[in-house]
Structures are given as C-alpha cells and as structure tokens.
Design a binder for this molecule. Structure first.
Ligand code: XMP
Length: 513
C-alpha cells in the first residue's frame, strides 16, 4: 500500500460508500471490505484505523453479521457507526436492547449535545443536528467507555474509550443531514488515527502512472473510448503512462450531441497515442431505420457497437491488455466490498469475448466519481469532458421518440445545444444534475409570421438528483425558460412548440424512453 489507509468494514448498511467517500474527502485512502475479512487479512491490510459501518440487523439476530473479537486486540482505533457502534458495545461488555417504545427509537434529524473534550468532537459546536436511524440502543455502556454525546431521548448517542481509541456513534456522521459529520470523521482520522493526509489526486496520478508502466511493460493496450467521464479519464491516464502503446477506439455512432465527436477527438489529439475515430453513423442509422420500441433501439445499438469495435480490434491485431473505465462504486456494487450483491456490473457489456487480449486493466477501479473527475483535471483534460453530465450509451436514439431519421437527430441536436447553452449562461447548470431536450413524436399547429405551421413539439427535461435512482424536476426560473423557448422556436426549423417536463422520478423516469 503506497500510503496510509483506513479499512471500512461493511455490515450491509445503505451509506457504506458514502462513509468511504467522506474518508477520502479528508485526504485519507480507504477501502470498503466485507465484514467477513479475517484477522490475518486485516493485519495484512495494515490500516491506521477501522470503521464499522451501519447495517440493517440487530446484534441479537442469530444471523447478524459479527466480527472476530480479536479485532479489538489489534491496537488499531475503531469508529463504529450505528450498527457498528452497537456491535462494538455488545462485544466489549455493554448491553444493547431493542427499543420498545418510541422514546429510545430514533429516526431522522435529532438535536444532539456533544462533549467537546472528546477527540471525536474537538473544535466543534456543543450542540447540533445528527441523522439517526436506529431501532436498538445501548442500555449499558461497556467498561472503560464514557458517554460523549446525548440527545433528549437517549443518553448514549456517542461513546468513547480514548485510551484504546474506540469510538461509537448511534447516528450517521457520513450523511449531509448530520451537521459537522465530516469534521467528526476527520477528527477520528487525524486526532485519533494519526492520519497524515496523503491521499491527493496529484500524488495518485504519479503512483498510478508508475504502476501502469510496471504492469504493461512494453505491451499494447486497447481502450473503447465513449467520451464519457470514466473512459476519457482512463484514456488520459493510460496515455500519460504508456503513450503510443495505447490505442483508443472511439466509435462515433452518430447519436452524440452537437459537436461532441469533434470535442472528444480534439481532447485526445494532443496526446501521443493511437487514436481511431470510427464514423459509424450510416450503419447505425441503417440498422435503426423504422425501429420505434426503446428497448429494441438499445439492443440494436449495443450489438452494433460490439460489432464495430470488434472489426477495429481485428485490424489492430492481438493486444496484451484491454482497458476499461470501471470505477469503485461498480466494484463495491458487484460484491467485492459488500456481502449482499446488489447487481453484477459489466462496464462494457460482452466486449472481452470478442477481442483478442491477455488481460484486463482497470486503472480507475479504486476511485469514486468525484475522484475520477479530479484526476481528469490533474491530467489536463478540458473541463467540458471532466464535469460532463451523464449521457446514455444509446445517446440521442432514446431522445428522439419513435422512429429515427438523421433530420430528426439534427433538429434535436440544435435545440438541445441551445437549451444547454442557456442553462449554463444562466448559471443554472450548478443546480441541475442532468438536463437535455427530447424530440417528441407529436406535431401541432402553430402560426409563424403570417403562415400556419405543423411542426414538432420539443420537451425540455431537467432534474436534480444525487443518485439518479430518484429525481425531482428542476425549478428553472421562468425568464430562463422563456428565453430558451423563444430561441429554439426562432432558430430551429421544424419545432414550433416547447413544453417543460414537470414530473419527478418516480413515477416518471429521467429519460423519456
Ligand atoms: P432513467 O431514465 O432510467 O435514467 O431514469 C437514469 C440515468 O441513467 C441514464 N440512462 C442510461 N444510461 N444506457 C446508459 O448508459 C441507457 O440505456 C440508459 N438509459 C438511461 C439516464 O441518462 C440517467 O442518467
């Protein structure tokens, strides 16, 4: 391990990734590992501190996740969060009971009072809001521990044994609702574990480049570049590390936004790599002609993408490494970190079967999305690539409702570019997580100048969300909407009506198809 690291032991809680992100935000490297990690493996990992995550269980459930009690003898500081706190108390001689009445069971925002002489809370206010979500509570605190925080309903909100460096909190310091939550985690890392703050993307860049050079040697690397954040940053990192040994294949399926293909090419031209841009617009549009059903569109695009990539790979010949832009949340979600597998992840669906290579290389495998963006900046990628909003693999094919034609795609591209430009000019892009235009399949009557029109209706979609699983429609100011509407109808032929989508997800989805 190149720098100090913290071990986040995963007991199946919903905020586990968030804990790891908070630790990394404090410039300390950490990894999420399943709670089943053996003492030997923990010793080998050599953490400066361990964090027990929350989890849905009660410590008294026969099947509840447990730890080897030897973990408390390792001399390593431990912070237990929620279930993790109860587990620690349970193992060290405290008593955890199921709260039978509503007074001890706490959910949501809770006024909390802290003992700021405790290292965990040093330098922070004596009172503040914490985010609680626990059914069990600690009736008896283990020997050697003091009470370090309380709420009106519960005397044991936080416990501390400063001699051994053991801390437990009933609330979730990792969620934004907890005031100064990240500061508490920072206190644990720096004041208790002795962190030196070595984890920065500038340093990581150099370490990663050295590691890639060592692994790849004089071998050849192939990467499918989509122009999205992950594959772009992976490409830039590999380019910096192995230069001409890297070939990037950028399949332009003709379903990208205005000028996007040229932007991707321009961003990678300065690097001394083999950059292949495949103009596959015609063959994609031919395959998609007359297809109206969204899932059918997706399937055709996915299959055609693999075919094009396979053809290009054949031209290149055998390579040693196939690079993928897999990032840490994909790794955690596919079960490497969590005991319960949420979904198995295939970053580039099916590709490895089609390409002649020896090994997969995933240079972003240990990074969170915000770290990937930061690394991209360190590598000198332009901001429009690094801070790019999510864009679906099937591209504009699922934003032109119904059957696709090049004319409709061009119309949508023009309107979408105006929408995005006006949102950015109004400074609204900072408040909105994803925004785009949709060409509906509906035409309506309008009047322009002295004439009647019968043109398409364009829908604007803009959402605020943190996880893209749920979303709310963005409250764009009326005057901004007005300007967008006037500009699009005046400047884009074929559109005579604009509507704004005011549905949240659920019940709608973010995309229309
Ligand atoms: P929905 O429409 O399901 O979208 O609310 C959630 C997020 O996923 C993106 N999305 C896709 N991304 N291939 C992708 O790579 C797809 O087929 C696809 N469909 C939706 C969408 O843009 C949003 O960010």
């Amino acid at each position: 391990m190149p720098c100090q690291s913290v071990l986040v032991l995963d007991f199946g809680g919903q905020y586990n990734q968030l804990i790891a992100r908070r630790v990394r935000e404090c410039n300390v490297y950490c990894e999420v590992k399943p709670y089943t990690l053996s003492l030997e493996e923990i010793r080998a990992f050599d953490p400066i501190g361990i964090i027990f995550t929350g989890g849905p269980n009660s410590v008294y459930d026969p099947s509840s996740p447990q730890v080897d009690p030897g973990i408390f003898q390792l001399g390593i500081p431990i912070l237990g969060i929620c279930y993790g706190c109860q587990l620690m108390a349970h193992h060290l001689g405290g008593r955890v009971v199921a709260a039978t009445d509503d007074t001890a069971r706490e959910y949501g925002k809770t006024e909390t009072y802290f003992d700021t002489s405790c290292k965990l809370f040093q330098g922070l206010p004596e009172q503040g809001i914490t985010w609680m979500s626990h059914g069990d509570y600690m009736e008896k605190v283990p020997e050697g521990f003091i009470l370090a925080a309380r709420s009106d309903a519960c005397p044991n909100v936080a416990i501390a044994d400063e001699t051994r460096g053991f801390y437990g909190v009933q609330y979730h310091p990792e969620v934004n609702h907890t005031q100064h939550g990240t500061d508490m985690i920072r206190n644990f890392l720096y004041a208790v574990c002795g962190a030196r703050g070595e984890w920065t993307m500038g340093d990581y860049k150099n370490t990663a480049i050295a590691a890639i050079r060592e692994k790849v040697g004089s071998g050849r690397v192939l990467l499918a570049l989509s122009g999205g954040v992950d594959s772009s940053v992976a490409a830039a990192l590999l380019a910096e590390a192995v230069g001409k040994q890297l070939t990037c294949v950028f399949v332009d399926h003709g379903l990208l936004r205005l000028n996007e293909g040229d932007e991707v090419e321009a961003a990678f031209r300065p690097w001394d790599i083999n950059f292949v841009r495949v103009d596959a617009e015609t063959r994609f549009l031919l395959k998609l002609a007359g297809v109206t059903e969204p899932e059918h569109k997706r399937k055709i695009i996915g299959e055609e993408f693999i075919r094009v990539f396979e053809e290009e790979a054949k031209k290149i010949g055998a390579v040693d490494f196939l690079a993928q832009g897999t990032i840490y949340p994909d790794v955690i979600e596919s079960g490497a970190g969590n005991a319960a597998v949420i979904k198995s992840h295939h970053n580039v669906g099916g590709l490895p079967d089609y390409v002649d290579f020896k090994e997969i290389i995933e240079p972003l495998r240990m990074l969170f999305k915000d770290e990937v963006r930061q690394l991209g900046r360190e590598l000198g990628l332009p901001e429009y690539l690094v801070s790019r909003q999510p864009f679906p693999g099937p591209g504009l094919a699922i934003r032109v409702i119904g059957d696709l034609t090049k004319e409709k795609l061009d119309t949508l591209r023009e309107a979408d570019a105006i929408f995005r430009q006006e949102i950015a000019d109004a400074g609204e892009d900072k408040n909105i997580n994803q925004y785009f235009a949709v060409l509906t399949n509906t035409r309506s009557v309008g009047v322009m100048g002295d004439g009647r029109t019968y043109d398409y209706t364009l829908a604007l979609r803009a959402v605020t969300t943190s996880d893209f699983m749920t979303a709310d429609w963005a409250r764009i100011p009326y005057d901004v909407l007005d300007k967008i509407s006037v500009r699009i109808v005046n400047e884009v032929p074929g559109i005579n009506r604009i509507v704004y989508d005011i549905t949240s997800k659920p019940p709608a989805t973010i995309e229309w198809e």
